[in-house]
Design a protein around this ligand. Structure first.
Ligand code: GRF
Length: 203
């Protein structure tokens, strides 16, 4: 399958997916990497892997809708089967989300539905939670609210702070995101028309 990855930053999840394709775990290819920021390290990772890079700077557009329309036009020249949001830090318009309904995944650093939005590690600590983690989910119009594909729960240790949690969770992301992409590319993970996640029984 053909994948377009959207990033805004370091792209370590992008790298995990690049590596999982190279090792044969994922039966797919990254057709392009799109960033809304120039000069981010994720673009360098794409370049090093020989993947076309697109930069569409949101500051060049007068509205979210115009920015999203420009992204759709650029992305669709690659006719992707799957859009992977990997640290893409812009909220997407309803039109954009609907356009890629059922074929767009995101990774979020919490055990959704807990802690949508930002500062998830500190919020989990402040709440005194025993566990924290990360989630891959299909993207719907509700921010961080789409149907869940896979989660990695981790125990919060008495010595943890937001930084240490962030590091462990980032590591877990690099395991579960390639796994979800692997399943999607093998037609083992899908979103049904009714909006529920379908996972192949052999998983
Ligand atoms: C990850 O923590 C992810 O959960 C969040 O953004 C971060 C992206 O990190 N949505 P990277 O750019 O893949 O290193």
């Amino acid at each position: 399958k053909s994948i377009v990855v959207l990033i805004s930053g370091s792209g370590s999840n992008l790298q995990a997916i690049i590596d999982a394709i190279a090792s044969g775990q994922i039966n797919g290819r990254i057709a392009a990497v799109l960033s809304n920021k120039t000069g981010v390290f994720g673009l360098e990772r794409a370049r090093a892997a020989g993947i076309p890079q697109i930069v569409i700077n949101h500051n060049d557009y007068d509205s979210r809708e115009h920015f999203d329309t420009a992204m759709i036009e650029a992305i669709d020249t690659y006719t992707p089967d799957l859009i992977v949001l990997a640290g893409f830090m812009r909220i997407l318009s309803a039109e954009f989300v609907r356009h890629y309904q059922g074929r767009m995944l995101n990774i979020h650093p919490s055990l959704l539905p807990k802690y949508k939005g930002l500062h998830t590690h500190q919020r989990a600590l402040d709440a005194g939670d025993a566990q924290h983690g990360c989630t891959v989910h299909f993207v719907t119009e509700e921010l961080d609210g789409g149907p869940l594909a896979i989660q990695a729960p981790l125990d919060i240790l008495p010595t943890d702070n937001a930084d240490s949690l962030q590091q462990r969770i980032h590591h877990a992301e690099h395991n579960i995101y390639p796994l979800a992409v692997e399943w999607f590319c093998a037609d083992r993970l899908a979103l049904s028309v009714s909006g529920s996640v379908q996972l192949d029984g052999s998983i």
